[in-house]
Design a protein around this ligand. Structure first.
Ligand code: COA
Length: 260
């Protein structure tokens, strides 16, 4: 498939999905959201891809938010539709993706940009990264899951302050908050994030997919996370990856997972 607003590269088993509108600081317009959705469907079906790193093109921004020019004249129903469609098409897809998605935050991650990074399974950042939810400064609130995922990641009080002040955290503050796991110099960000992704790729993709589901159940109000874990744990015993992983351990060799 060909794309206008994103690029996909592959480094061994890791796909690098780059939002590529640098002149607009990679702001998420409708087309970009649609393309990201299509790309994720493509990467899900691609057996050579085990993990995905999402990042932004250029040195300045991961994603500077939803494209303000697209919704500036919207009314109430259009606003609701914008949030519903975006959450369904992209943000929930990222969160529930069966393969690991890491956001490499290489600059501004604001509004929809931080919401996209927060939907990813975890985050790394470059030292120049700046993160915030500035929506209330525009007279609106986060609409792509920010009011839900930010308190999950940093706690209610810090989330409230970030949202109310519309302020930005720098990379070290974001790490202290638990919003990002690691901070690297910008030139090292991709290489170091690829190293983390490489470690992940040695493990069973089937088991990782089940773990993503079980961890996400912890935050889903309609699910019993402990029961989800019991079910996924039991299911794992029926996989070829489990047989391979345990046999490899017992025979003192490296596991070669069939991902089945
Ligand atoms: N939507 C649409 N366009 C955006 C954008 C967004 N969220 N963020 C940046 N851009 C565009 C700017 O309009 C500008 O376009 P232009 O060159 O055609 O005028 C271009 O990207 C560069 O941005 P600029 O503001 O000139 O860069 P800066 O370095 O002075 O400031 C930011 C950087 C991130 C502080 C600033 O762009 C900003 O505040 N962006 C909006 C952030 C936001 O509120 N996001 C939440 C949206 S809900």
């Amino acid at each position: 498939m060909s794309y206008e607003n994103i690029t996909i590269d592959q480094n061994e088993k890791v796909a690098i999905l780059t939002i590529n509108r640098p002149k607009k600081l990679n702001a998420l317009n409708r087309d970009t959201i649609q393309e990201l959705h299509n790309a994720l469907m493509e990467l899900k079906a691609d057996d050579t891809v085990y993990a995905i790193i999402m990042t932004g093109s250029g040195q300045k921004a991961f994603v500077a938010g939803a494209d303000i020019s697209e919704f500036a004249d919207y009314g109430i129903e259009e606003g609701k539709n914008l949030a519903t469609k975006g959450q369904e098409q992209l943000f929930n897809v990222v969160e529930n993706f069966p393969k690991p998605i890491i956001a490499a935050v290489n600059g501004f991650a604001l509004g929809g940009g931080l919401e996209l990074a927060m939907a990813a399974h975890f985050r790394t950042a470059s030292t120049n990264a700046k993160m915030g939810l500035p929506e209330v400064s525009l007279g609106v609130i986060p609409g792509y899951g920010g009011t839900q995922r930010l308190p999950q990641l940093v706690g209610k009080g810090k989330a409230m302050e970030m949202i109310m002040t519309a302020g930005m955290l720098n990379a070290e503050e974001a790490k202290t908050y638990g919003l990002v796991n690691h901070v690297f110099e910008q030139e090292q960000l991709m290489e170091e994030t690829l190293k983390i992704a490489g470690k992940i790729c040695r493990n069973s993709l089937v088991a990782i997919g089940a773990a993503i589901k079980a961890v996400n159940a912890c935050f889903a109000h309609d699910k019993d996370g402990y029961q989800e874990e019991i079910n996924a744990f039991g299911e794992a015993f029926g996989t070829k990856d489990f047989k391979e992983g345990t046999q490899a351990f017992l025979n003192k060799r490296k596991a070669e997972f069939p991902n089945k």
